[in-house]
Ligand binder design. Structure first.
Ligand code: ARG
Length: 540
């Protein structure tokens, strides 16, 4: 094989391929700048495979904590990336809208209904753009939940009361249903507000746990017919998994006949098989549920060999507070919105100090604050626990989202100064799914201006992006992409310092070659951040 401009050099056991600087420049720039509109750099054509990414999946009537950010944003990046790589993607949210915790809520609400919480929506205007989190109907509901758990410690009879309510709910009791559906609506409105803020979307929010309710009996029947069900303690029904190396049996029905979390997951998997004919189903759920998914997948394998190898739990580490685990029950949690607000405020203060004239500074502060929080999450190892401290999570310097966003904004500023339509060349049209369409740009013929080692280093990091994006899908985590974006931003900084772009003494072809590299870098950064759910401001 002959690669023009390349030489092969033997070095001990290795064979090194050396690219002439202009060859590398031509190859990388053409890949980025001449990519077809519907097929941006690093993306791949449709491959006929279907992937379900199930993520976020918060429990109704609980508030979104910083812990939920992990599933939501890791899942979002996985969905975006798989689609970018040619998979057909279904984004599902297995909302926790069914289960014993509703017994608790119904018991708590009815117990204290006459008190000040009687109308959860009283004095609350849903149209308010940024309602105080501690006044929302969902917060009021959450307080009832926390109170119930606190009082239940001294009064175990309350536990039966909660169980009784869940039984009524499963039996179709009208009052229980009415309240459940109201609690669900209140929660969904608030979750939607947060998803909008995060820019995260799902195929539907209507396929939570409750959706599978009428499929629970048929699911149990199938398990029964397959000879898998055995009687456990106190009339409970279980499936033994010892033969496949799992010591704990999978409980699918409680002694009182009510369903459990696992039953609903089994029903959901069976439903998804028929509805989506998927090749892969990813569950972006915390490490605390490893055993649960081992059990579910093992049961499915026994029931229908079709499932073998298609199901994948991609666990992530829990977010802890320095003083220990967060606990919604006890009410010691960090709310996601507080973190996003604080990050935005810190950025806003810096903008006020350094660049008070900045256009659209409120939007920029939001983009950078979000960039800091989301990027921080991605830079962490997916499965290790994270200890939350304000300073770490919303740090603005070091290997952070704002560092990458800053590199992008700096390039845009160079391109604006260059005049002509240079800046427009780095601006994307409306996103097509995970793809940002950029207009076609022909690579300049003379690339001599990119021979300097700093320019070559930047081209090298840009060339690494497709591999990093592939690694996101293969390893089911955003970390490789986040790291590569930092590497590109850092290489850009070296290029910018050492290779003057708009210096008056530059020959026109040097200037054009360097501007073309700027455009390519801006596009790559913007697209990469977009896959992670982060926006890149033009100016900051
Ligand atoms: N709602 C659950 C929780 O907050 C997560 C659901 C995960 N998905 C699933 N298919 N079980 O813990």
């Amino acid at each position: 094989m002959v690669i023009p401009g390349a030489t092969l050099v033997a070095a001990g056991p290795y064979l090194n391929l050396k690219l002439a600087p202009e060859t590398r420049a031509k190859a990388v720039l053409a890949a980025i700048l001449e990519a077809p509109l519907d097929q941006p750099y690093g993306s791949r054509p449709a491959n006929g495979k279907t992937v379900i990414v199930e993520y976020s999946s918060p429990n109704i009537a609980k508030l979104f904590t910083i812990g939920h950010l992990r599933s939501t944003m890791i899942g979002h990046a996985l969905a975006q990336t798989h689609q970018f790589l040619g998979f057909e993607v279904h984004r599902l949210n297995h909302l926790g809208d069914w289960g014993t915790q509703f017994g608790t809520l119904l018991a708590a609400y009815t117990r204290w209904a006459e008190a000040d919480n009687a109308d959860l929506e009283q004095d609350f205007d849903w149209a308010e753009p940024a309602p105080d989190k501690r006044r929302t109907p969902l917060f009021r509901l959450f307080q009832l939940y926390v109170r119930f758990h606190a009082e239940e410690e001294n009064d175990p009879a309350m536990r039966d009361e909660a169980r009784g309510w869940f039984k009524r709910l499963e039996a179709g009791d009208a009052e229980a249903r009415r309240l459940w559906s109201w609690f669900r609506q209140i929660s969904l409105k608030e979750f939607q507000r947060i998803y909008d803020r995060l820019g995260v979307t799902f195929d539907t929010l209507a396929q939570g746990e409750a959706f599978y309710e009428d499929q629970l009996a048929p699911t149990l029947q199938r398990l029964e017919d397959a000879g898998l069900l055995v009687e456990g303690d106190k009339g409970a029904r279980i499936i033994n998994l010892e033969d496949v190396g799992i010591a704990t049996p999978c409980l699918v029905q409680k002694g009182d006949g009510t369903s459990i979390y696992a039953t609903r997951d089994l029903a959901a998997a069976l439903y998804r098989k028929d509805a989506y004919h998927f090749d892969r189903c990813l569950y972006v759920v915390g490490t605390d549920q490893v055993l649960h998914f081992q059990q579910i997948f093992a049961v499915l394998d026994k029931l229908d060999p079709w499932f073998k190898g298609r199901m994948l739990h991609t666990p992530f580490g829990m977010v802890k507070l320095p003083e220990g685990k967060m606990s919604t029950r006890k009410g010691n949690v960090i709310f996601l919105e507080d973190v996003l607000d604080e990050a935005r405020e810190r950025v806003a203060a810096i903008i006020e100090e350094k660049n008070p004239e900045l256009k659209g500074k409120a939007e920029v502060a939001e983009m950078l604050g979000m960039g800091a929080v989301v990027f921080f999450d991605a830079m962490n190892d997916r499965v290790k626990p994270i200890t939350f401290t304000w300073d770490r999570v919303i740090a603005l310097d070091g290997d952070t989202g704002p560092y990458v966003q800053y590199a992008h904004a700096r390039i845009m500023s160079v391109l604006r100064k260059a005049g002509g339509d240079w800046a427009a060349k780095a601006q994307a049209g409306a996103a097509q799914g995970p793809c940002l369409p950029f207009a076609d740009l022909t690579v300049p013929t003379n690339l001599g201006g990119l021979a300097a080692p700093e320019a070559q280093a930047l081209l090298f990091e840009l060339a690494g992006l497709p591999v990093a994006i592939g690694a996101v899908a293969d390893g089911c985590m955003a970390t490789p992409l986040a790291r590569q974006l930092v590497a590109v931003a850092r290489a850009f900084s070296g290029f910018y310092t050492n290779c003057p772009i708009l210096a008056p003494e530059n020959a026109p072809e040097v200037r054009d070659a360097r501007l073309a590299l700027c455009v390519a870098t801006a596009r790559a950064l913007r697209q990469g951040l977009f896959l992670m759910g982060i926006q890149a401001p033009e100016e900051m």
